[in-house]
Design a protein around this ligand. Structure first.
Ligand code: CTP
Length: 412
């Protein structure tokens, strides 16, 4: 069986130059077993041919609400039958229409007429991508659970170079597979009915109105954990300092400082079955932040630091029965013994230790190498691999611990 067999995907193509890459996406989805219905906007038709998609997809390409002799209401029929609506490329125009709920053509009408998940793959020039309006639209859509496959850096139309190029077709198809495939493969729904809280990103501690003390954390590991938990059926809340790149289908709480993260965790953690503290929380913050911009001519700046609260230790001390608490330990020396001491000190069930002095590990990387230590003594080493793979293994350990705690509560 192929990964997407039997899945019905509406492939929306809009009028960006990257529309030619949607041909490759269409072919790959069909090869993976999906039933693909292409819907081309008027803009897309200026870039690519309807016949190309009709030849490669599972059924003829559609281009209008009104020229289908077999159905007077194609958008509702397609919308009701879809497992996913994928828009690639997604122009700034269609992103704005989706945000406002505007029905401007067959594609946007279908998006309004479906309950299926929506995945959009923006592609546009860097200047357009950076517009506050575009970023604000994307933030709102992410908050509503829309899956956004971020663009990449590279060659753009007109010989320009920069951020905004459509993600590679293989990456887009992989994102579709990871969204649709797990249940299809008869697999993991092992967090269904569970609540999972994940924290992600580095906190920013203000010095004055414009400056802060921060760290190198990108939030990728936490976002991968939230994505994996959602794929396994959990209701997920993600407390993050960096909502860009956060997965769809999770509730996002935006925070910036350690204190804000502490408040959000205190509010959310009591209800959670699993708490994963993947954020890089500052251990110190400027004692007194100045609420205006400090000027150069004010002389030598000396900043006094005070410790922040250790959120994980608080959560460990207040841990309800049956909750699984997972911490991270970024170390450079005596990695395992330091991590084991933290596991004990903070009353954790699991700690994920990484040696951040190694190449490709931890902050600012797509990859990670970790040792997962459990309070019951089980130890698992994961060689350098993707942060998605680390997320899967960590949540496997969390599920096992959760089930063990459930069993021992039942026996008690
Ligand atoms: N952590 C936290 N609150 C803090 C600092 C850290 O909740 N103020 C959490 C992190 O999210 C991580 C774990 O504690 O899950 C370990 O963080 P780390 O910085 O490695 O360790 P520390 O406890 O700060 O100890 P040390 O600085 O001695 O290594």
């Amino acid at each position: 069986m192929t990964t997407l067999s039997g899945r019905r995907i509406i492939l929306g193509v809009t009028g960006g130059i990257a529309a030619y890459k949607a041909v490759e996406i269409c072919r790959r989805l069909v090869d993976a077993g999906a039933h693909v219905t292409p819907v081309l906007t008027a803009g897309a038709l200026k870039m690519v041919g309807e016949a190309t998609f009709s030849a490669l997809a599972s059924e003829p390409a559609r281009t209008s609400l009104f020229n289908d002799p077999s159905s007077p209401i194609p958008h509702t029929v397609m919308g009701q039958n879809a497992d996913l609506v994928l828009v690639a490329p997604a122009t700034a125009r269609v992103i704005s229409d989706i945000r406002t709920g505007r029905s401007a053509d067959l594609l946007t009408a279908t998006i309004l007429a479906t309950r299926a998940p929506l995945m959009i793959c923006p592609a546009m020039h860097t200047e357009m991508w950076e517009q506050v309006s575009v970023q604000e639209n994307l933030e709102v859509l992410r908050g509503r659970g829309v899956h956004v496959v971020d663009p990449e850096s590279g060659r753009l139309a007109g010989g320009d170079f920069g951020f905004g190029r459509l993600a590679e077709p293989a990456s887009i198809v992989a994102a579709v597979e990871s969204l649709l495939a797990p249940n299809d493969l008869g697999g993991q729904n092992d967090l269904a009915g569970r609540r999972v809280l994940v924290t992600a990103g580095g906190t920013r501690e203000p010095i004055d109105a414009v400056r802060f003390v921060g760290n190198r954390s990108s939030g990728r590991q936490g976002h991968a954990l939230a994505r994996n938990a959602a794929q396994r059926g959990a209701e997920v809340v993600l407390i993050t300092t960096n909502a860009a790149g956060a997965p769809g289908g999770v509730r996002i709480v935006d925070v910036s400082t350690a204190e804000e993260m502490h408040r959000a965790c205190t509010a959310e953690a009591p209800e959670a079955d699993v708490v994963v503290m993947a954020a890089a929380v500052a251990d110190f913050r400027p004692h007194r932040a100045v609420d205006r911009k400090l000027k150069k001519d004010e002389g030598i700046l000396s900043v006094e630091f005070e410790p922040t609260a250790d959120i994980l230790a608080f959560l460990g001390a207040a841990k309800p029965d049956g909750q699984v608490l997972v911490g991270f330990a970024a170390e450079t020396d005596n990695v395992e013994s330091n991590a084991a001491a933290k596991l004990d000190r903070k009353n954790l069930d699991i700690i994920v230790a990484n040696d951040v002095s190694k190449p490709g590990v931890g902050f600012e990387h797509e990859t990670n190498e970790v040792v997962v230590l459990r309070a019951d003594g089980v130890r698992q080493h994961l060689p350098l691999c993707s942060k998605g793979e680390v997320a899967r293994v960590v949540l496997d350990a969390a599920v096992e611990t959760l089930n063990r705690l459930d069993n021992s509560q039942e026996q008690a």
